[in-house]
Design a protein. Structure first.
Length: 255
């Protein structure tokens, strides 16, 4: 199994902090956000074979500098062709380009998500299902759900409705940008891109995929924080100063 970390965006909502720095290399409680993601991946047992970081040409040198200071093994940086917000190719197309070059199961993780749960149970669920799996959690309120992807499951845990950024959410159950895919989904990504469908938000691919084949949901323990705005960045900083990622969950759910 390979893990693919999505880190190729330009994080416009976090400007000016991210004008000249990738979002996932911003520090939270003294540590780059992406390191929290790597910690989760490296605790998976049995270990993933390789970690691929999907980035862009503009920020590639900064990722190379970051990687040189770490002792991570079997990590590959794969930049897309973009150098600015205006010419970005989109996370789904970048993911498709990577997935087309591998032929094994793969995890997909947003590099800017912080959550308290570990990934072993998520991976085990995927191994048993042998089908695409999306990690789920509960948004704190309807307004937060509007900014996420709402999910409805059937009695078997299969996703029967997945709506990216709904205007009128039916539920606060939402999908994280945390997926587990069989190798064959590389072909599905290629088909999706070829159809000219929206290629920037990864949830749009799940919105399409669950109508094509069974996709299952797995409930995470605790809340997930998507560090996408100045407010959420400050929230993450304040929370993690209390100690561990679990502190995020405790503080967020007080709100």
């Amino acid at each position: 199994m390979i893990a693919i970390v999505l880190a190729g965006g330009y994080a416009k909502r976090l400007w000016p902090l991210t004008l000249d720095k990738p979002k996932v290399l911003l520090t939270v409680a003294g540590k780059p956000i992406i390191d929290y993601t790597f910690e989760k991946i490296l605790k998976i047992n049995p270990p993933v074979r390789k970690i691929i970081v999907s980035t862009n040409l503009r920020f590639q040198p900064q990722f190379e500098e970051w990687l040189e200071t770490r002792g991570y093994d079997d990590v590959e940086l794969v930049p897309d062709s973009s150098r600015s917000e205006s010419d970005k190719i989109g996370a789904i197309k970048a993911l498709s380009n990577i997935a087309s070059a591998i032929n094994e199961e793969f995890l997909v993780l947003a590099g800017d998500n912080l959550f308290p749960d570990e990934l072993n149970n998520f991976v085990q669920f995927f191994k048993e299902a042998q089908a695409p799996v999306v990690a789920l959690y509960h948004a704190r309120n309807i307004d937060e759900a509007k900014k996420s992807a709402t999910v409805v499951l059937d009695d078997n845990g299969q996703i029967v409705e997945f709506i990216e950024k709904p205007e009128n959410p039916k539920t606060t159950l939402v999908g994280a940008c945390l997926y587990a895919f069989p190798a064959r989904i590389g072909l599905s990504l290629k088909e999706y891109v070829a159809r000219g469908l929206p290629q920037d938000e990864p949830g749009k691919f799940i919105e399409w995929l669950h109508k094509v084949e069974p996709v299952y949901g797995f409930m995470l323990n605790g809340h997930l924080l998507d560090v996408g705005t100045l407010e959420s960045y400050k929230e993450a900083e304040n929370s993690l100063k209390h100690g561990t990622p679990a502190g995020i969950d405790a503080e967020l759910n007080e709100g």
